[in-house]
Design a protein around this ligand. Structure first.
Ligand code: LM2
Ligand code: CA
Length: 497
């Protein structure tokens, strides 16, 4: 369950949050395929509660396992899966198995009524016996209060969400049927939501009943790729290593440590041995990110600590490190604009949903000629600095990190074998001369003239941005001014003039 089934040496997933399936199909064909992305994470696909103001988080309140949301219906979903697989891009679905809705009642996105108080979900159907109650959850109000307590965390309610009794054969079977339905359509795997709140053994038993991936797109005997949301920062919380035998885990310590470094709370030079030596799980067990649909609004992390699209220069630099370093499977967040207003350490607009018309339909993405997106779609995955680092990673392949250099502080550089080279400068102290990265360095690259793929593309054999000359020994004058638009430069053998 830990192989993403990428095509060729593609290696990066992007989360196209709240995008419509028709748009994702278009994006796979016109951009993600050609630019070397390996896969897309799509927002939860099954019927969910319709909530006032249409917050993004209503998609985390399931009402049934019918494939029908504002992103599209089952037919549109199927078409997208076909198109993306054909374009060389895999689809991973965000699955919400831990719970159903909160304690309200109303309608779901496929017209099913639900009642969270009576715990009635006729669209599945689930009834009160399918949920954890006082026999299994030890707290008076059935809420999770102590997240480190295993039983509480798994058998009680996460922020009021009706907690499914996955020990029940009936509940398991409904979930297995849902996942198998998605597998048969041709998805490559799943992001498992709220994994820490589900018993590893229940997940194991569900996974043991899953079909192999669809033979139309995958080789015989392929298992779905499953990555688990286990929010673990060390200490006495529930350890993410309880889940590594089930697939991969989202390594939250990666984003936390990288953010800390890129915010200059820790020196870049220490990144030299970043990975298991910092306490992270082995690379093959990890999926990593800088930003996520939760982090960007201060959920599952601390607002203002995470790095999102509102700090583009930092986001690009941190993402570049993630894509240049050989650790885990990276996921790039692709978000939409919302009016961030921070009051008392909370974003009062942390709920704001995707751009819609006046009837609440999600707006289509029609990219502009300059590669940016229309409406409020931010499309970080289309930023040159980011898509060119996706290419960098593809070209670096499994080459080791070599030629590490640092200035003893916040300037670093390294190569990936003889194929690619990056230098990052976040030096804040010292005079202007100290703050600029200006150094003759070993790049590991064969001699020639190379374009910096961060400041511009190679077009008609000319660099649109900066360039360097690498001599016969692999040495080159590397320069990253402290006040430049981007805090890093990157070169690889496919952008040689
Ligand atoms: C996850 N991680 O474990 C998701 O990544 C995260 O986005 C989900 O929370 C969470 N699991 C549950 O699937 C989001 C959002 C919450 C929101 C829930 C349910 O971060 O704020 O909770 O989805 O929609 C909302 C309200 C909360 C309320 C709850 C139930 O914010 O105040 O609690 O609904 O009505 C009474
Ligand atoms: Ca649970």
């Amino acid at each position: 369950f830990s192989n993403p089934h990428f095509i060729g040496n593609r290696s990066v997933i992007t989360h196209l949050m709240e995008w419509k399936y028709d748009d994702i199909g278009d994006e796979c064909e016109r951009f993600l395929g050609p630019y070397g992305y390996g896969g897309v994470q799509v927002s939860p696909v099954n019927e969910h509660a319709i909530m006032d103001g249409r917050p993004w988080y209503e998609r985390y309140q399931p009402v049934s396992y019918d494939i029908h949301t504002r992103s599209g219906d089952e037919q549109q979903f199927r078409r997208m899966v076909q198109r993306c697989n054909k374009a060389g891009v895999r689809i991973y679905v965000d699955i919400v198995l831990n719970h159903m809705t909160g304690g309200q009642s109303g309608l779901g996105t496929n017209g099913h009524h639900y009642d969270g108080v009576a715990m009635q979900y006729p669209g599945v159907p689930f009834g009160p016996n399918d949920f954890h109650g006082h026999e299994t959850c030890p707290t008076n109000d059935l809420e999770i209060h102590n997240y480190s307590n295993r039983i509480e965390a798994r058998n009680c309610r996460l922020v009021g969400l009706r907690d499914l009794k996955q020990q029940s054969e009936y509940v398991k079977q409904k979930q297995v049927d849902f996942l198998n339905h998605l597998i048969d359509i041709g998805v490559a795997g799943f992001r498992s939501d709220a994994s820490t709140h589900q018993w590893p053994d229940d997940l194991r038993s569900i996974y043991s009943r899953l079909h192999n991936l669809n033979n139309e797109f995958f080789t015989e005997n392929s298992h779905p790729f499953i990555y688990h949301e286990t929010i673990y920062y060390g200490g006495n919380g529930i350890n993410s290593n309880e889940y590594t035998s089930l697939g991969r885990i989202i390594e939250f310590r990666f984003y936390k440590e990288i953010t800390n470094v890129f915010r200059n709370n820790n020196q870049l030079r220490w990144l030299r041995n970043f990975g298991t030596e910092w306490g992270l799980v082995p690379s093959g067990d990890a999926l990593v990110m800088i930003d996520s649909h939760d982090l960007r609004v201060g959920h599952t992390g601390q607002l203002g600590f995470n790095i999102n699209c509102f700090e583009a220069r930092l986001l690009k630099a941190a993402t570049a490190f993630m894509l240049a370093w050989n650790y885990g499977i990276p996921r790039v967040m692709s978000s939409y604009f919302w009016d961030q207003i921070i009051r008392d350490g909370k974003d009062v607009n942390d709920w704001v949903g995707p751009p819609t018309d006046q009837h609440g339909n999600i707006l289509s993405v029609h990219p502009n000629p300059d590669m940016t997106c229309n409406h409020e779609w931010i499309c970080e995955h289309r930023w040159r600095e980011i898509y060119n680092m996706v290419k960098f990673k593809l070209i670096a392949g499994q080459e080791p990190v070599n030629n590490w250099w640092d200035n003893g502080d916040n300037q670093i550089a390294f190569s990936r074998g003889n194929r690619a080279f990056i230098a990052i400068n976040l030096q804040k102290n010292g005079n202007d001369h100290d703050k600029n990265l200006q150094k003759r360095l070993q790049t590991g690259l064969p001699p020639g003239i190379y374009c910096d793929i961060i400041s511009g593309n190679l077009i008609n054999n000319r660099c649109m941005g900066k360039s360097i000359q690498v001599d016969k020994n692999g040495l080159s004058d590397i320069y990253v001014g402290h006040d430049e638009f981007d805090a890093f430069v990157a070169y690889h053998i496919d952008a040689r003039v």
